[in-house]
Ligand binder design. Sequence first.
Ligand code: GUN
Ligand code: FE
Length: 442
Amino acid sequence: AQRKAYRSAILHSVADPKDVGLEDSYQYFEDGIMVVEDGHIVDIGNADDVLARLPQSVAIETFENKLITSGFIDTHIHYPQTGMIASYGEQLLDWLENYTFPEELRFKNPIYAQQVASLFLNELASNGTTTALVFGTVHKESVDVFFQEAEKRNLRMIAGKVLMDRNAPDYLTDTPESGYEESKALIERWHNRGRLLYAVTPRFAPTSTDEQLATVGKLLKEYPDVYMHTHLSENKKEIEWVLELFPERESYLDVYDHFGLLHDRSVFAHGIHLSDCECQRLSDTGSAIAFCPTSNLFLGSGLFNLPKMEKFKVNVGMGTDVGAGTSFSILQTMSEAYKIMQLQQEKLHPLKSLFLATLGGARALRLDDKIGNLAIGKEADFVVLDLHATQLMRFRMKQAKTLEEKLFVLMSLGDDRTVCQTYIFGDKAYDIAGNDNAQDNN
Ligand code: GUN
Ligand code: FE
């Protein structure tokens, strides 16, 4: 197989700053070389060191004024909501009814679904996101076309069909039986096929009956390595509604817990208004939270308490939550995360942000043995970032002296213009110059 080498400044996260301190949480090679073969990283280090052991025959591509880092990981996003991103004026429950459900209805047409899946995956690539945990709609075909498009692109993706059997329009509901059977068939077809993985996906507690939530627990017992993906404790009215619908349960999380939905591959979006007991339970079960700053601000849901999650040792990844989130860019998402921390008199160090956007996300998804940084043996999903992408960034970077300052400017001002190239499993999947986006047929 063909070996290829990339010479550039290279930065990647190797540990959580909270465990090892900032200094030991990353590796940086000002003049580095990364070597890729068969979709995997086979060498990385200072250029001089790698050159000494690299066969002459290996081609080296050199980047100037760029930074190579690991592909971004989005731990919560809805591909069917691409077409209604930036819908005006509502908070969660009305937003779902007025904007989300009517758009999701359109996905009963697999041709529309396929067009949106393709556009969505192009959008992820141009923003440097290489893995995501993705909601489909209630229609099983929505998941088939999504996985087909992801498979074409060699992507590591996790997705699932929405389960929803009440409190939603008739045209968007399944039943405990049909949801169970369809999920099972999709798991058999897609889970662990190449780089693809399946997530059983009840929308959230209010839209599933006890019977349906019980089928989710059953599926997780039958397939212990599939994911569970849902929403949790996002909005105050939502929480009140959950407690009315499930009066016997102690808390919102307890509804999911009661039906056996908490395990080390469970990912809950938001978790803004959680009690200490709920955080402890998430921690004990190895469940993860997806922190979705742009969505939480856009829907006015509240301010996520990251320090509290750290205190309880709950795994946290970043989510855009498009279409409630307003950007596909994890860089923009980190910028908003910083502001959410500021509103709570807290800080978010750029090296912590780098961790959350890459290795932390991989840990939340239990994929840190495969992705999340550029360590030897990992899958070669990486991005080439341009620190001089815009006039403003170039000007501002001149005054940024340290790596940390540069990284912070990158995360505050960066967006899709900053992403020059995105590589998937060792192959270039996107180039800002435009001639590599062959899949773009929308
Ligand atoms: N809660 C239930 N469904 C949704 C959804 O589609 N988006 C968000 N942000 N929250 C939800
Ligand atoms: Fe969501």
